[in-house]
Design a protein around this ligand. Structure first.
Ligand code: SF4
Length: 409
């Protein structure tokens, strides 16, 4: 998470009507120079101004297609704005209305911890015949992590294409065989576990890497015996859903169907009727017959919006816990107006900009994902391949301070 200066008080005290009118005026004044992207989990008063609403990857791709657009205001969290910056052209500026809008899951995978894990696992498996370690990262990760993955032969995945990407990474490695090709999966243990299990791998073939413990809290034997090494990260929103919530709603509402996001823990997914990405959840409910009943295990703003959009169906959140993404919630009309006020005056604030080295390798890992998902050949990294040169200052543990100079090599 980055430091956000407090915005002037008058933004926070402004009546809602005035806030909304001024945002609309600025948006109209900037016209085609500006696009506002809104993630599904944003509050309604922000989504009201979004030109496109979707999940993180859809939104970044959308931004990349709008080559005429000068400014992209990303109403989401930090890693999403980074992906948009990586996928857009250099003349396009990506703005995050509140720099404090991070993602607790993405923050659980810091590059320095990943370098350590990489070294330990490679060391432990050096003698294993045919051993290969493939890094895969969920799109919910920083550009520095995507870059590491790209540089080391891996790919990004989303919650919709995770299974395809894992199959590609495993190659001819089948469930039940002694592990040669291994996957290290960042940063969401639940998406990794749920997907690998659906592919036929036993839970015993998955080891969880605790980044806070020495050597991940694993013995060399446990590392060698695993097909999947799952980074011990989680989404603080989806982690709140528990198996007893499924039992409880089924008891209270007969015939209700339970649909959950794969960031939910394995025990919840096992009890659900359907599991899938935010897009899958939205589509399933949209296409469901009138009168059907749904308990949804994902962020509350999205569930409430679905309920409002489909009054002919019963749509409720799976649990009444505070299943709200608090960092996304930092993006609100006052912060949106604050960046727009500056923009109409010709000043770009809160720009998210990924360094050239991480931009290059993040693009490689994202492109691999697109190639694999489309079933085409996986393109080699484009020439020239940059050479990493560390800045003269000491290594920082802050991913955002991971500044690297780039020399075409
Ligand atoms: S919902 Fe979870 S994964 Fe998504 S941005 Fe919030 S904390 Fe991160």
């Amino acid at each position: 998470m980055q430091w956000q200066q407090p915005i002037p008080k008058h933004y926070l005290q402004m009546p809602k009507k005035e806030l909304m009118e001024r945002i609309a005026q600025h948006k109209a004044a900037l016209g085609r120079r500006l696009v506002i992207l809104g993630h599904h989990y944003q509050q309604d008063d922000v989504v009201a101004f979004a030109d496109f609403v979707g999940d993180s990857f859809q939104l970044s791709r959308q931004a990349a297609q709008l080559t005429e657009t000068e400014f992209v205001i990303f109403c989401g969290v930090h890693f999403m704005a980074e992906s948009a910056d990586v996928l857009t052209s250099p003349h396009q500026k990506v703005i995050l209305p509140d720099l404090g809008a991070g993602c607790s899951m993405a923050d659980m995978a810091q590059p320095e911890d990943i370098y350590d894990a990489w070294e330990v696992i490679n060391d432990a498996c050096r003698e294993v015949e045919g051993f290969e370690l493939i890094p895969i990262t969920y799109v919910n990760s920083s550009a520095a992590v995507k870059s590491f993955v790209g540089e080391n032969g891996g790919a990004v995945c989303t919650s919709s294409n995770c299974e395809k990407i894992l199959r590609w990474a495993l190659g001819d490695q089948k469930p039940g065989e002694a592990p040669r090709r291994k996957i290290i999966f960042f940063p969401d243990q639940h998406l990794g576990r749920n997907t690998a299990y659906r592919m036929g791998f036993d839970l015993k073939t998955m080891a969880t890497w605790d980044y806070r413990a020495s050597r991940g809290g694993l013995t060399d034997q446990q590392i060698r015996g695993a097909n999947f090494i799952l980074w011990k990260g989680h989404c603080s929103v989806h982690q709140l859903f528990r198996p007893e919530h499924v039992d409880d709603i089924r008891r209270r509402v007969p015939d209700i169907q339970v649909i959950v996001h794969p960031e939910c823990r394995w025990e919840v997914v096992q009890k659900a009727d359907q599991v899938g990405s935010t897009e899958f959840i939205g589509r399933t409910i949209r296409e469901a017959p009138a009168g059907s009943k749904w308990a949804v295990g994902t962020e509350v703003h999205m569930v409430n919006r679905l309920a409002k959009a489909h009054p002919d169906k019963q749509v409720v959140i799976l649990s009444d816990c505070q299943c709200l993404c608090t960092t996304m919630y930092r993006i609100d009309p006052p912060h949106l107006l604050h960046v727009l006020d500056q923009l109409v005056e010709g000043r770009v604030i809160n720009q998210i900009s990924v360094n050239d080295y991480d931009r290059y390798w993040s693009r490689v890992s994202l492109q691999r994902m697109l190639d694999i998902t489309s079933g085409g050949p996986v393109a080699p990294p484009p020439e020239p391949i940059p050479v990493r040169q560390r800045a003269s200052n000491a290594l920082s543990t802050d991913a955002s301070a991971h500044r690297l100079a780039v020399v075409a090599g």
